[in-house]
Design a protein around this ligand. Sequence first.
Ligand SMILES: Nc1ncnc2c1ncn2[C@@H]1O[C@H](COP(=O)(O)OP(=O)(O)OP(=O)(O)O)[C@@H](O)[C@H]1O
Ligand SMILES: [Mg+2]
Length: 229
Amino acid sequence: MLAAAKVNQFYGGSHTLWDIDLDVPKGGCVCLMGRNGVGKTTLLKVIMGLLPTASGKISFGDIELTGAAPEARARAGIGYVPQGREIFPFLTVEENLLIGRGRKGTHREIPERVLTLFPVLKEMLRRRGGDLSGGQQQQLAMGRALALDPQLLILDEPTEGIQPNVVHEIGEVIIRLVDEGVTVLLVEQKLAFARRIARSFCILDRGKVVAGGEIAELTDEMVRRHLTV
Ligand SMILES: Nc1ncnc2c1ncn2[C@@H]1O[C@H](COP(=O)(O)OP(=O)(O)OP(=O)(O)O)[C@@H](O)[C@H]1O
Ligand SMILES: [Mg+2]
């Protein structure tokens, strides 16, 4: 469904992504892994068009996305939840959830599905985003992306800095979304979490893909070499 082929990216003179190949099959849940600073967020931003692609190709189904604006990628059906969540702290939960939906008529409603997946948001619709806990803000950011009904949901470290019970809830939601047919690409550093929810993995090390496969094929040796600090 989503494919990156031979993607390279630079920050100024610094070569950050090297010939990246990544395949996210329809219905899959792929976990992008790797230590801090190896290029995981950079790759997601290139996929979303938030950073330019120096060379290589990004495609989504039959659509070639290389060079397309971020809005076009969102319209094509890709939802993105950035690292650090980036909700609007001074807008209410309801306003955050409606950002990006149409300005009039039926689109000005929050889809019931979002409130079913995240009941906590339903109780907090009038609260300001900035008043929510980190875990609630993460759920809000996911809800905001899901309100646009994406076919592919991209999540950058959804469990970072969140208390364990909410981490578990977020895992349950991702599993449920995949069961319902949403394709997921996520960056995750918590190994147990990745093993629980992902079907396949891809490891980056210093900007290169160094391992990948079914999640059951993720060995202790790969973890030791590429993931532990
Ligand atoms: N805007 C930027 N300008 C220049 N260099 C950057 C920029 N953003 C990131 N980098 C560098 O590019 C490399 C990859 O960063 P990136 O944020 O993609 O890593 P990451 O794998 O997501 O790390 P983390 O696990 O800490 O989120 C790092 O060396 C980082 O310092
Ligand atoms: Mg990152």
